[in-house]
Design a binder for this molecule. Structure first.
Ligand code: NDP
Ligand code: GDR
Length: 370
């Protein structure tokens, strides 16, 4: 039975990847951080009684800032594959915590590679590094591919640049099977609540159910190449099943503005939106309503701009060319953006039905949340 170790197992990709590897018969080990509240929501459905002999998913406390912990875990587990998904992954937040991000996202990757090397596992353990389209940053070439020059635009992007190159260096210097997946944005109903797509699907679901009136957004003119996390974790696994380690872009090749994502998500609840005003005074409002079952009213101002969500340096345009992954890995995304938006909206509408029910029953959950 193959053994995999996943850092960041409690995150969006960690959850989808665990599910995939368990389906493929792996024994899966994950590193979770100690927190004062439960943080394993996304994988709880996969987690069986740890005392049962059937169990193939094991969680260990740890942190990418702690080399001794990483080294001990790798020594104990002796993994065939390591997927380094752990990171402080929010670009806007990385401007607030640049040193921490450098430590976790940059040096954390070095700690893992070095642990594998020092333990003499270079020929056994294959390593996947979660690299990112944020490496491209300021547009040099479109669509962006494996050979496009990097120009990161955030402390997150710069930390990930170090992680990218140290992975390449360990591959070349120590003949390790280590590769970078340069993944463009990928989303799902499990996406963290403060990333733009999930923020939008949650806000629209709450508005539809009468739990919220409007949403405040940052720059709605940037463009992203969005895919589904389920497709992207399949690509990660494929990268570790090749004869030799290489770096691959995973993307859909289609780019969309945040503004158009908003239009698509609103249309899932029968609302056509339009915009008026300019810059920070721009307002998105309800133009037409075709589903009377939801709480929208024509003219309702549903989108406002709050500069606090702007980034000191923005990445304006991302669109990836996945040709290499398609040709060498046989990888192709199964979801398109419409299917992704539909799934996210459906899931958040279900999620907030319960809040609506509680509110109607006199339990003022909105007050409780204040
Ligand atoms: P998430 O933010 O959902 O998950 C990040 C994971 O990293 C969580 O499990 C988190 O733990 C863990 N983590 C954070 N800090 C540490 C630390 N100090 N030590 C150990 N673990 C830590 O990210 P995604 O699942 O979306 O992304 C997975 C990886 O892929 C990340 O490295 C991200 O940067 C990268 N990436 C993501 C893309 C995307 O579009 N989703 C695109 C390209 C790259 P906790 O739950 O405790 O916070
Ligand atoms: P990104 O994702 O920065 O591309 O990084 P995010 O969803 O945070 O932002 C995408 C774009 O939307 C704009 N935006 C807003 N973003 C957020 N979060 N909140 C807002 O209110 C808002 N309004 C507009 C942003 O300015 C940006 O242009 C994600 C992360 O998963 C990284 O870890 C990963 O490496 C990259 O994708 C690829």
């Amino acid at each position: 039975m193959k053994k995999a170790l996943i850092t960041g197992i409690t995150g969006q990709d960690g959850a989808y990847l665990s599910e995939l590897l368990l389906e493929k018969g792996y024994e899966v080990h994950g590193i979770k951080r100690r927190a004062s509240s439960f943080n394993t929501d996304r994988i709880d459905h996969l987690y069986q009684d740890p005392h049962s002999s059937e169990t193939r998913l094991f969680l260990h406390y740890g942190d990418l800032t702690d080399s001794m912990n990483l080294t001990r875990l790798i020594q104990e587990i002796q993994p065939d594959e390591i997927y380094n998904l752990g990171a402080m992954s929010h670009v806007r937040v990385s401007f607030e915590t640049p040193e921490y991000v450098a430590d976790v996202d940059g040096i954390g990757t070095l700690r893992l590679l070095e642990a594998v090397r020092l333990l003499g596992l270079n020929q056994k353990t294959k390593i996947y590094q979660a690299s990112t389209s944020e490496l491209y940053g300021l547009v040099q070439e479109v669509p962006q591919k494996e050979t496009t020059p990097f120009y990161p635009r955030s402390p997150y992007g710069v930390a990930k640049l170090y992680a990218y190159w140290i992975t390449v260096n360990y591959r070349e210097a120590y003949n390790m099977y280590a590769c970078n997946g340069i993944l463009f944005n990928h989303e799902s109903p499990l996406r963290g609540e403060t990333f733009v797509t999930r923020k939008i699907s949650r806000a629209i679901a709450k508005m539809a159910l009468g739990l919220q009136d409007q949403v405040f957004m940052g720059n709605i003119d940037s463009k992203r190449d969005w895919g589904h996390a389920k497709d992207y974790v399949r690509g990660m696994w494929l990268m570790l099943q090749q004869d030799k380690p290489e770096d691959f872009v995973l993307a859909t090749g289609v780019t969309t503005t945040i503004r158009d994502f908003l239009r698509m998500a609103f249309s899932e609840v029968g609302v056509e939106i339009a915009f008026k005003g300019e810059g920070v005074n721009e307002i998105g409002y309800v133009k037409t309503v075709s589903n009377a079952g939801y709480a929208f009213k024509a003219g309702q101002e549903v989108i406002r701009i709050d500069p606090k969500y702007f980034r000191p340096t923005e990445v304006d345009l991302l669109v990836g060319d996945p040709t290499k992954a398609n040709e060498k890995l046989g990888w192709k995304p199964e979801y398109d953006l419409k299917a992704l938006v539909q799934e996210m909206m459906e899931s958040d509408l279900k999620l907030f039905e319960k809040d609506k029910y509680l509110l109607e029953g006199g339990h003022d959950i909105l007050k409780q949340a204040e």
